[in-house]
Design a protein around this ligand. Structure first.
Ligand SMILES: Cc1cc2nc3c(=O)[nH]c(=O)nc-3n(C[C@H](O)[C@H](O)[C@H](O)COP(=O)(O)O)c2cc1C
Length: 327
């Protein structure tokens, strides 16, 4: 069975967005935004903050597993933090070798590591060794820093270190997020490794997903921005009908309310215990996040365009609720 996954996106697919998106459509799993590891083991509260689903056995309220992603350059520190995350309930650990952010790369983490395949290998190996055998360790890489010259070496090193699968975002660090994604490079990687490869990059429609599968040879796909712009993309790739705008309006109201109250919906326990403070946004923060999502949905839904024109200027969530209530 092919897997369809929700991509980790810092500042975008946080707890609230994961909750809403996994209720709307079925994903096989999602991955947290990266947790940066430097020179210490993070306290439990940091893991719970990044992944409140740990309170729910590592599942979203809809029952979708959430893998915890770590980013850093020190193999032993990453291994110790991975173990801590697993002790707290993470069902799997993903390692980030793709982040292009200067701040992160200047500290030796993220995509820049692809220039030193031996470090990539050492990180995956250390994390693999630190965890119980049944807990999967995976890696997510770009094609390289400036070019693809070390792409196979990196992929083979990740495989040799014991990763259960490898997600490939089919661009170099220098490519940033500019289209196209080079799905043919994923096919090249696939032909040189035995590990399961998951294709990622630039899928906005079911047709894109179909073409990506044909070109890359991968059945398994990870969806990023396309999944946020069209929350029904994953379902449509599976053959389901499109979700009408009215369903999206309900989802937006749920998103706003989830951010505002920090309420753990569904099976998630009520907040109150020391490590279970609600993860909530200020009104200003929630409004910003909502505008960001709605702006992205203008790419997927024509109906979002006039709503966004009005929401852009709004200063309170009450105004947003009133507008959506009328929609
Ligand atoms: C705003 C933003 C934040 C991201 N944060 C992460 C992250 O925390 N970890 C990660 O591995 N990739 C991160 N990515 C990369 C995505 O997971 C994905 O690889 C990339 O967006 C390509 O997929 P897409 O074209 O479907 O969006 C981020 C991407 C965006 C746009």
């Amino acid at each position: 069975m092919s897997a369809l996954l929700l991509a980790p996106m810092e500042g975008l697919t946080d707890f609230h967005m994961r909750d809403v998106l996994t209720r709307l459509s079925r994903y096989d799993w999602c991955v947290t935004e990266f947790i940066r590891v430097t020179d210490h083991v993070h306290p439990a509260r940091l893991f719970f903050h990044a992944c409140p689903e740990l309170h729910n056995g590592g599942l979203t309220a809809a029952g979708t597993p959430v893998h915890v992603q770590l980013l850093g350059s020190d193999p032993q520190m990453l291994a110790m933090n991975a173990l801590r995350a697993v002790e707290l309930g993470a069902p799997a650990i993903d390692l980030n070798f793709g982040c292009p952010a200067k701040k992160v790369n200047n500290h030796g983490g993220g995509a820049i590591l692809l220039d030193t395949p031996e470090t990539v290998h050492a990180i995956v190996a250390a994390v693999r060794q630190a965890l119980p055998a049944h807990v999967p360790v995976s890696a997510k890489m770009r094609l390289g820093v400036k070019d693809r010259s070390r792409m196979i070496e990196n992929a083979q090193g990740i495989e040799a270190a014991g990763a259960r699968w490898l997600t490939v975002h089919a661009r170099t660090k220098e490519d940033g997020y500019r289209p196209p994604a080079h799905w043919e490079a994923i096919a090249e990687i696939r032909s040189r490794v035995g590990v399961r490869v998951i294709a990622n990059g630039e899928m906005w429609t079911p047709e894109d997903a179909q073409r990506c599968r044909e070109v890359s040879g991968c059945d398994d796909l990870m969806l990023g921005r396309g999944a946020v712009s069209r929350p029904d993309l994953v379902g449509r790739i599976r053959g389901a009908d499109a979700l009408p705008w009215q369903v999206m309006v309900e989802a937006q109201l749920a998103f706003v309310s989830h951010m505002e109250t920090g309420r753990r919906l569904g099976t998630l326990p009520a907040p109150g215990a020391p490590d279970q403070e609600p993860v909530r946004w200020t009104e200003r923060g929630a409004l910003g996040r909502y505008k960001q999502w709605l702006g992205m949905m203008t790419r997927g839904y024509a109906e979002a365009v006039p709503v966004f024109e009005q929401v852009k200027r709004m200063k309170t969530l009450t105004d947003v609720r009133q507008l959506l209530g009328r929609a």
